[in-house]
Design a protein around this ligand. Structure first.
Ligand code: ATP
Ligand SMILES: Cc1cn([C@H]2C[C@H](O)[C@@H](COP(=O)(O)O)O2)c(=O)[nH]c1=O
Length: 214
């Protein structure tokens, strides 16, 4: 695989989707081959799995079922979209990946980070991002941002209690320590412009390291 795989992670409303779209536009304007995608989703089957996972009516969903559905969506998305893009040398920008499973299902749901990592190893066959940007936002600020965003539908995970979202954040802190070589923190409490600048600096540095001068 010749390409570069970059993911963004963080709690709800951290600004990942908006900032990543801006980064994709800036990089495309420099003539780079960019694939902007998301999890769960990004391709037809994974979008269908997303509907099942995030449907607010599916309140009876078991935690392990949830973890397996995320891993299944991840597998299909990798095989159909991410791996072919990396093979042709593209830069893949993906909104969430395995670290969300570790933080949400492994830590916040209490299934165990190691256990969730193991099922994801089966799904990914060890494919990991070259760089992950962790959008560090205060939980209350993130939830306020999504409340104020009329365009975004509230999903089943959004409806979890504040305690759950706090555990998600604690889970991410734990994961950052474990994968400190790969994950870099971005202060997502800052303004949109400031966050975009920091994200572009970090992506540019990674591209330069990989021999892509932008
Ligand atoms: N730095 C920022 N300051 C203020 N508002 C922001 C900032 N970044 C994004 N927003 C706004 O906050 C809302 C949530 O942003 P966005 O959807 O990008 O977050 P997200 O991290 O993808 O959330 P989720 O993962 O929960 O879907 C949007 O309305 C967006 O315009
Ligand atoms: C990949 C992944 C995601 N989640 C959660 C995180 C969010 O609550 C939703 C996705 O919604 P978004 O608006 O696209 O961020 O799913 C998760 O719990 N586990 C995962 O692996």
């Amino acid at each position: 695989m010749q390409g570069i795989f970059i993911t963004v992670e963080g709690p709800e409303g951290a600004g990942k989707t908006t900032v990543l779209a801006e980064a994709a536009t800036q990089l495309q304007n420099k003539g780079l081959d960019i694939v902007l995608t998301r999890e769960p989703g990004g391709i037809r089957i994974a979008e269908q799995i997303r509907q099942v996972i995030l449907n607010t009516e599916n309140t009876e969903m078991d935690g392990r079922t949830e973890a397996l559905l995320y891993a299944a969506a991840r597998r299909q998305h990798l095989v159909e979209k991410v791996i072919p893009a990396l093979d042709r040398g593209a830069i893949v920008l993906c909104d969430r990946f395995i670290d969300s499973s570790l933080a949400y299902q492994g830590f916040a749901r209490g299934l165990g980070i190691q256990e969730v990592y193991a099922i994801n190893q089966f799904a990914t066959q060890g494919i990991m991002p070259d760089l992950t940007l962790y959008f560090d936002v205060d939980i209350e600020l993130g939830l306020k941002r999504i409340e104020q965003n009329n365009k975004r539908e509230i999903n089943r995970l959004d409806l979890e209690a504040i305690d759950f979202h706090s555990r998600v954040k604690a889970g991410f802190e734990n994961i950052i320590e474990t994968f400190s070589d790969r994950i870099q923190r971005v202060d997502a409490n800052k303004s949109f412009e400031e966050v975009c600048t920091e994200v572009m600096e970090k992506i540019t540095q990674k591209l330069n390291e990989k021999g892509i001068l932008v």
